[in-house]
Design a protein around this ligand. Structure first.
Ligand code: FMN
Length: 207
C-alpha cells in the first residue's frame, strides 16, 4: 500500500523532541540545534516559560527567535493535548537541554504537570531514549537523588560540563564539543568532532 510505504519511510528518521527549560546554558542549545540542522535532523520543540525567559536573557530577543526558528513545530508547554503527551508519538529521542532542577525533579518523580514532564514520562514508559542535560551548581541532596531516580527510570543523565582535553580556544569551541558529543549520544555522526585517539594524538598534554 502506498500509504504504508510513506509511513515507514517517514518513520526511518523521525524528528527529535527538544525540550528547553529555564536553566543557564542556552549556548549549548543553539550549538546543538545548529549541528542537527547541518545533519538534516528535524526538531520538534517545547519551551517552558522559564526556558523562554532565560533564552531571552542569555541570547537576546533575536537569538531566541533564531533558536525557535530551528523547530519544525513548537508545542505550547501547557497543551496537554499536544502530540508529545502520548506515548504513541514517534520521535528518535527526547532531549531536555538545558534541564532545570525543577524539571529534573518532575521527570524523576513522574509528575506530569506540563507537557515537558508528560512527554518525558511517556519516553520513560515506552523505553525510548530520553537524554537529560541538567545544569546547576552546587548540587543538593534532592538534585543528586533525582538524577539517580531519573537514571534508574531509564533516562541518560548528560550534565552540561565542558571538557578541556581538546584544548578549546573559545566558549564557542567548548559548546561545540559538548553539543557534538550530545548529538552523537543520540546516534548521529558529527563530522569534524575532535576525538581522543590516545596519548600520542594532537592533544597530548606533553606536546
Ligand atoms: C537567569 C536564570 C538562570 C537560571 N538558571 C538555572 C539553572 O542553571 N538551573 C536551575 O535548575 N534553575 C535555574 N533557574 C531557575 C529556573 O528557571 C526556575 O526554577 C524555573 O521555575 C524552572 O522552570 P522550568 O523547569 O519549567 O523551566 C534560573 C532562572 C533564571 C531567571
Amino acid at each position: 500500500m502506498p500509504g504504508m510505504q510513506m509511513e515507514s519511510s517517514a518513520m526511518e528518521r523521525p524528528p527529535l523532541l527538544l525540550a528547553i527549560t529555564g536553566a543557564s546554558g542556552m549556548i549549548y542549545t543553539v550549538k546543538f540545534l545548529e549541528i542537527l540542522a547541518a545533519l538534516g535532523q528535524e526538531v520538534d520543540m517545547i519551551l517552558s516559560e522559564a526556558g523562554e525567559l532565560v533564552a531571552e536573557l542569555e541570547l537576546g530577543k533575536a537569538g531566541t527567535d533564531r533558536l525557535k526558528g530551528f523547530a519544525k513545530v513548537i508545542h505550547d508547554s501547557h497543551d496537554m493535548a499536544a502530540a508529545p503527551a502520548s506515548g504513541s508519538g514517534r520521535w528518535r529521542a527526547m532531549v531536555i537541554l538545558p534541564c532545570t532542577m525543577g524539571t529534573l525533579a518532575a521527570v524523576a518523580n513522574g509528575l506530569s504537570s506540563n507537557l515537558i514532564h508528560r512527554a518525558a514520562d511517556c519516553f520513560l514508559k515506552e523505553r525510548r531514549p530520553l537524554i537529560v542535560v541538567p545544569r546547576e551548581t552546587p548540587l543538593n541532596r534532592n538534585h543528586l537523588r533525582n538524577m539517580m531516580l531519573a537514571h534508574e527510570a531509564g533516562a541518560v543523565i548528560f550534565p552540561a560540563m565542558p571538557s578541556f582535553y581538546h584544548r578549546p580556544s573559545s566558549i564557542d569551541d567548548m559548546a561545540d564539543f559538548f553539543s557534538g558529543r550530545l548529538a552523537e549520544s543520540i546516534g548521529l555522526s558529527v563530522p569534524g568532532l575532535k576525538r581522543w585517539t590516545g596519548k600520542q594524538n594532537e592533544y597530548d598534554p606533553r606536546s
